[in-house]
Design a protein around this ligand. Sequence first.
Ligand code: ATP
Ligand code: MG
Length: 571
Amino acid sequence: MRFSRTLIPTLKETPAEAEVVSHQLMLRAGYIRKLAAGIYTWLPLGWRVLRKVERIVRQEMDRAGAQEILMPGVQPAELWRESGRWDFYGKELLRFKDRHDHEFCLAPTHEEVVTDLIRREVRSYRDLPLNLYQIQTKFRDEIRPRFGVMRAREFLMKDAYSFDVDEAASIESYETMRRAYRAIFDRLGLKYSMVEADSGAIGGSYSHEFMVLAATGEDDIVSCAQCDYAANLEKAAAAAPAGEPATPSRALEAVNTPGTHTVQQVAEFLEVQPNQVAKTLIYLADGQPVAAVVRGDRELNEVKLKNLVGAAEVFLADPETIQKVTGGPLGFSGPVGLGIPVFVDQELYLEPALVAGANALDTHLVGLNLGRDVPQAVRADLRNAAPGDPCPRCGGELTFARGIEVGHIFRLGTKYSQALGATFLDAEGATQTIIMGCYGIGVSRIVAAAIEQGHDDNGMILPLAIAPFSVAVLPMAASGPAAETAQRLYGELLAAGVDAIIDDRDLRPGVKFKDGDLIGIPLRLVVGEKGLKNGQVEIKHRAGGEVEMVAVDQAVARLAELVAQGGGLAL
Ligand code: ATP
Ligand code: MG
């Protein structure tokens, strides 16, 4: 491609609306332009990257035996009512009506549509297993679209769905996808981690997320420095504390604690450590009030609470609800004497005498012993894992990092097949429900994640596998021998199957160098008259900055070799 004839509207200034570096660079490099909040047009360079990501995903899905289809982006409400999600999905589901007043939505995901397809087309165990996938535009009316295409409203996803006759076969399908995902992220050239994720109702270790490691990631990842344990913080188990529940050391007593709303305030006032305070939070779990108690210096893990209660959603209760449920104001809740279910983090039982709210204004309890004073409480792992905790698997040292979720594999069991009646006849002629799995990859998010991971002050540093072009040919002059040789080498690169762009603009070399760095082309071939006098051209590596001088007639072979080594392919 010729730079001069391609729409590459690079920007000198960093757009003010972009908070993270990938968003800034995608705008500055002319990869994307915003149409509305969370809705973007992909310009030629960005689109090339997206297509390269898509191609790797497609090749590995095909290799794993999945079959590509394409499902509609507009879906009828009836199907979503059948699965129960029309009411449940909430505002992320964009709904509308057609001219006949029929209700529809824009697809945020395709479990309903694919299950509907399968219930119509699959009759017998002989038709299974199946794995169907698509690479298709999703719409989710995200509450806070941000970071450009990282959390967009309209975005490109690869979604796959497996259909099996029984649990064992379904696990096999899951493992096949897990291997395919590893192959995909290896080929993309990204630093990533596969972590255990919350699998909600299914339980077990049957949900994994693939995280691109980057400081700007929205997810916390916990991993062990000694073994291969890695989990999303949402899921990471806090190791059970060593030691027996403590026996009471004193009587329970109410004390006056004026104006002490926070753990810090009450700890200072009563001259105890925050870890001696039983922090009590009132939640609404599917509308029902529950109390969750963790140590004052810990964070409650809402996903653990949700799973423990068996609720679809949990929200912190508002002050009025707290007053109604506990009899006291916000900031003075405690577990004693509550008429609602109480869930207590296991670690609190090690403390013989705790401080807690007394469910009355300006009052706290001291001497609280949970075993004695709240006997009906459910004892569980409720807190976030924290630095210093031992690995729940091997006792080793846990490390914490941030990640961007780029893929998610999940066993669904019979959730959708049951709701929609997707069954098959087994070898004995009995009707059985199909077992499903689903497997997502955020294709467009991967582009942003790759840039978060690969950039410097001058712009993007993209892996060869997904860079918009592998090689940028830069003639140092617009005419004369340098321009002519550059043209010839450019033509030879294309003929050799190397994805190349020639910067044929009549601009100062400095401008071309800057733009070349900004748009993330991994290899630069500089053709200047000085070098040509010695029969040489210069190859520069964007990532490490290394420069190689090569003979003019070796340049194409050398570049083709470097591109092949880095897994670069022409579109
Ligand atoms: P998140 O927790 O980030 O909202 P999710 O659990 O809603 O993700 P899935 O429903 O599992 O995501 O979707 C599959 C993949 O699609 C995710 O792993 C992610 O890479 C991508 N994805 C999800 N939401 C968005 C979005 N708003 N913008 C871009 N990509 C997204
Ligand atoms: Mg989401």
